[in-house]
Design a binder for this molecule. Structure first.
Ligand code: NDP
Length: 335
């Protein structure tokens, strides 16, 4: 028996990315797929990090050969850990999947029992990956905004990279929670999409993307930023006294060309968000909040479904910033 996977390899300077048929028993013997639970993956997703890995654009993959895919959802096939049994529906994100451990752009994966979350009843495996790492991260950002005391009455919340995976889900969550959301995007032709997700206003991201003054007019009670660089610096400089900025991404750049002025003169809080090693208790809280507060009817607009063979083109598209919302991969749809 065999399964198909997105297989990345490096031989000297030569990088390759291909669909490969792997024997089932390779999961048993391979140190990069150690774990107590074998999962029949049904859906995975294309995240920005997958784009970087599949195109070899950034050193995401630390060990070769690697099966790509930082997240997945499916059914437990077998488990040597009593917490899981065959037939359980599970979702997994992060933990080094697709970086140091074989990931979920594959029909099967062997995973650590500690990494799995029971898929909330509200979601199918496809729904779970419509949210995926990006949606989970968006919820971590939104929870941080709320936990830091920002209320809907506090003022507008800026979401950058709004048409992307993190941004789209953040817009939907924050508006469902009653915040007035301003969506900054480079895709003004997607304004109707962002308004349909719940944005009250759509802003051209160009106004945030270039160097700005250390302190600017106070506009935002909170910010969810997945873009980094000048955008994050300007967002901090425009945040109101005592406001909160969550930083989770680097779509514009990893740099942060800012001053300390917003932090020391306006008490602005900058909260870093990491989804990869996020503790299990917080993960469960975030998935529970997605299940209860995210309007699953919005998933249709957010999602594009592709097959396993389409991931190579999709990886290029996400890095070029051309993807709207989330790309779900039906790993059993193979050309
Ligand atoms: P997407 O590619 O789906 O979205 C990113 C969005 O950023 C794009 O759609 C675009 O939105 C905007 N963007 C792209 N290029 C630029 C640019 N040069 N300048 C300004 N804006 C740009 O990615 P995700 O939403 O999945 O991820 C967003 C970021 O968050 C990535 O950097 C990713 O690595 C990071 N991330 C971090 C996680 C963590 O654990 N910290 C987890 C998940 C993601 P628009 O056209 O609307 O402006």
């Amino acid at each position: 028996m065999s399964f198909t996977a997105v297989y990345l390899n490096k031989d000297g300077d030569h990088f390759s990315a291909e669909l490969k048929h792997l024997r089932d028993d390779v999961l048993e013997s391979n140190p990069l797929s150690e774990g107590e639970v074998v999962v029949r993956v049904k859906h995975s997703g294309i995240n920005y990090k997958d784009g970087l890995a599949i195109t070899n654009s950034s050193p995401v993959v630390r060990v070769w050969p690697m099966v790509a895919g930082v997240d997945g959802a499916g059914m437990v096939e077998s488990s040597a850990d009593p917490r899981w049994k065959a037939g359980d529906r599970v979702v997994v994100t992060g933990w080094g999947l697709g970086e140091t451990h074989w990931g979920c752009l594959a029909q099967r994966a062997r995973l650590k029992a500690d990494w799995l979350i029971e898929l909330p009843n509200a979601f199918s495996t496809s729904d779970a990956m419509s949210l995926g790492t990006a949606g989970f991260t968006a919820m971590l950002c939104c929870l941080a905004v709320r936990d830091e005391g920002v209320k809907p009455a506090s003022g507008d919340v800026l979401v950058t990279g709004a048409s992307g995976g993190v941004g789209s889900v953040a817009v939907a969550i924050l508006s469902a929670w009653g915040y007035r959301v301003v969506a900054a995007t480079g895709k003004l032709h997607e304004a109707d999409y962002l308004l349909s997700l719940g944005a009250a206003e759509v802003l051209d991201r160009a106004g945030l993307a270039t160097p700005g003054k250390p302190l600017q007019k106070e506009r935002w009670a909170a910010v969810v930023d997945s873009v980094g660089s000048h955008t994050l610096a300007n967002a901090c400089a425009q945040t109101r006294y005592g406001g909160v900025v969550t930083a989770c991404g680097l779509a514009q750049g990893m740099d942060f060309p800012a001053s300390v002025a917003p932090f020391i003169l306006r008490g602005v809080k900058l909260v870093g968000i990491d989804s990869v090693m996020c503790p299990m208790e917080r993960r469960k809280a975030a998935w529970d909040a997605l299940a209860s507060d995210f309007d699953a009817r919005k998933l249709g607009a957010i999602t594009t479904v592709i097959g396993l063979g389409d991931v190579f083109a999709s990886a290029e598209h996400i890095l070029a910033g051309r993807v709207r919302g989330r790309t779900v991969v039906d790993v059993h749809r193979v050309p």
